[in-house]
Design a protein around this ligand. Structure first.
Ligand SMILES: Nc1ncnc2c1ncn2[C@@H]1O[C@H](COP(=O)(O)OP(=O)(O)OP(=O)(O)O)[C@@H](O)[C@H]1O
Ligand SMILES: [Mg+2]
Length: 424
C-alpha cells in the first residue's frame, strides 16, 4: 500500500521509517489508563473530533471550555471550565498534561510563552503558533522565506489603503491581523470612496492591527494539509480543493479535481517546508490560492482544519489522530486515501431554523443516503454557523459531490435541493 511517505524539510523523516525515540521512564499521567493526557485549549468541534480520535488511542482528551455546552465539553469526561485568556486558568489546566495543544488560535502569545517557561510541553509552540495567530506576522515571515503570498501592507491609517489600492488596483481585501474566522475579520473594499467610508471606523473598532492585500484573481482555493512531529517526521495528505461561499468553506473535494501533479507536489513540499521552517508540531493547514501564475499562501492554521475533516473516513490516518500522534511525538500514520474521491460538505445553520427537528432530519437523511457519514457537533442552530458536516466517498466526483451537497443542505434546511418530496 502507498503510505505516502514524505519528505520536505531537510530533517523530515518519512512515515514508516522510525522506531520509538520517546523515553518511557516517566509515569503516564492518567493513573486509570496509564496513557498520556493531551490538553486541548478550546472545546469546539475540532476538540470534539480530536477526543474521538483520542478514545481509539486509549486516551481521553482534556479540554478547556468556556461553557459546559460547547461541542467537546459535551463528550469529554475531563473538562476544565475557564477563559483561555486567563493565565492562571491555563496554568491549572496544563498541570498534569503531557502536551497542551489548541482548537483555536486565540490564546494570547505571552501566556503561551509563560506556559513554556513553566516547563509545559506546548505544541505548537508560541514561536510557531504566532504565524497562525497574526496574519501580518505570517505574511512578513513567509515573504522573508520567499514563499509566495499576495501583495500586502500594514494599515494604520486610511491613506495606507488608498495608496495600496492606487498601486495594486481595486478591489482590495482588508483584514484584521488577529481574531478572525469564517470570513469574520475580512472586508472587501471595492472603491477608494468605500475605503474612505469604512476603514476609519474599522481602525477604531476592530481592536487588532489591520492589513490590506490584493484581491487575488484565483482559479480556486486549495488546502495543503501536513503534520510534523518534534522528532522531525513529516506527513502529507493529498491536496484538496476548498469551495468557499461568502468567506466560509462549504465543501472540500479530495483530491483537488484535475490538479496538475507538479503543482500538487509543489503545494505539498511548500507546506512541509513551512512546517519545518516555522517549527510546527502537530497538523498544519496551508490555505492556498491557485492562480494562473502558480500558488499563493492565504492563511496558516496549526491544528486540525475544516479542509481535513474528510480524512476521518477518507484516509488511513485522520488529521485528528495525526495531531495527537504529533503532539505526543508518536510515529506518524499513513495518509493514503481510502477511495478515489471524498467530498466533505459543511452543514451551515439556516437563516431560519427549520420546523422539523434535527433528529428527524437525520432520520430522513439516513433513509435516503445510507452511504453518507454524518458528524453533528452538538451545537445550537444559528444562521451560517458550522453545526456539522457530512462525508461521502466514491469512485467519481460528480455523483459524490451531488450526494454530499444534497445531504448537507437537507440537514441544514429540511429541504431536498433536488426537489424530492420530504415524504415522497
Ligand atoms: N487576498 C484575497 N483575495 C481574494 N479573496 C480572498 C483574499 N483573502 C481572503 N479571501 C477570501 O476570503 C476567505 C476568508 O479569508 P481568510 O482565510 O483570510 O479569513 P478567515 O476568516 O481567517 O478564514 P478561516 O475561516 O479560514 O479562518 C478566503 O478563503 C477567500 O475566499
Ligand atoms: Mg481562511
Amino acid at each position: 500500500m502507498d503510505t505516502r511517505a514524505v519528505y520536505g524539510d531537510a530533517a523530515a523523516v518519512p512515515v514508516g521509517s522510525r522506531t520509538g525515540s520517546r523515553s518511557y521512564h516517566y509515569e503516564p499521567v492518567d493513573p486509570r489508563t496509564r496513557t498520556p493526557v493531551v490538553g486541548m485549549v478550546g472545546a469546539g468541534q475540532l476538540a470534539r473530533m480530536t477526543h474521538q480520535a483520542a478514545v481509539a488511542l486509549g486516551q481521553s482528551l482534556r479540554v478547556l471550555a468556556a461553557a459546559p455546552d460547547e461541542p467537546a465539553a459535551l463528550v469529554s469526561p475531563d473538562v476544565t471550565l475557564g477563559a483561555h485568556t486567563d493565565l492562571a486558568v491555563l496554568r491549572a489546566f496544563a498541570a498534569g498534561c503531557d502536551a497542551v495543544t489548541f482548537d483555536h488560535e486565540h490564546v494570547p502569545t505571552e501566556h503561551l510563552r509563560a506556559l513554556v517557561a513553566d516547563g509545559f510541553a506546548v505544541h505548537p509552540g508560541p514561536d510557531a503558533l504566532v504565524h497562525a495567530q497574526d496574519k501580518l506576522m505570517m505574511r512578513h515571515r513567509l515573504a522573508e522565506l520567499e514563499i509566495p503570498v499576495p501583495p500586502f501592507s500594514a494599515v494604520t491609517a486610511v491613506t495606507d489603503v488608498l495608496r495600496f489600492g492606487a498601486e495594486h488596483g481595486w478591489p482590495c481585501v482588508l483584514k484584521a491581523a488577529r481574531g478572525g474566522y469564517d470570513g469574520r475579520g475580512v472586508w472587501m473594499l471595492t472603491t477608494p470612496s468605500e475605503a474612505q467610508r469604512v476603514v476609519p471606523e474599522l481602525l477604531d473598532t476592530v481592536g487588532a492591527p489591520l492589513l490590506v492585500e490584493q484581491c487575488v484573481a484565483m482559479r480556486r482555493e486549495l488546502v495543503a494539509l501536513v503534520a510534523r512531529s518534534p522528532f522531525g517526521q513529516g506527513a502529507a495528505w493529498p491536496i484538496v480543493q476548498s469551495v468557499q461561499r461568502d468567506g466560509i468553506c462549504v465543501q472540500v473535494l479530495a483530491p483537488a479535481p484535475g490538479l496538475d501533479p507538479e503543482l500538487a507536489e509543489s503545494a505539498e513540499k511548500l507546506a512541509l517546508r513551512v512546517a519545518g521552517e516555522l517549527g510546527v508540531v502537530g497538523v498544519l493547514a496551508v490555505e492556498l490560492f491557485e492562480t494562473r501564475h502558480g500558488l499563493l499562501v492565504n492563511e496558516l492554521a496549526m491544528r486540525p482544519h475544516n479542509g481535513g475533516h474528510w480524512t476521518i473516513e477518507g484516509a488511513v490516518t485522520s488529521q485528528f489522530e495525526q495531531h495527537l500522534r504529533a503532539v505526543l511525538d508518536y510515529p506518524l500514520g499513513a495518509t493514503a486515501a481510502h477511495a478515489p474521491v471524498a467530498v466533505m460538505a459543511n452543514v451551515l445553520g439556516a437563516d431560519t431554523a427549520p420546523a422539523m427537528g434535527l433528529d428527524e432530519r437525520l432520520h430522513h437523511l439516513m433513509a435516503r443516503f445510507p452511504g453518507v457519514k454524518v458528524h453533528l457537533y452538538g451545537k445550537a442552530e444559528r444562521p451560517r454557523r458550522k453545526i456539522g458536516h457530512v462525508t461521502v466517498l466514491g469512485e467519481e466526483l460528480a455523483p459524490v459531490r451531488r450526494d454530499a451537497g444534497l445531504a448537507a443542505q437537507w440537514l441544514a434546511n429540511a429541504v431536498w435541493a433536488d426537489g424530492r418530496e420530504v415524504h415522497g
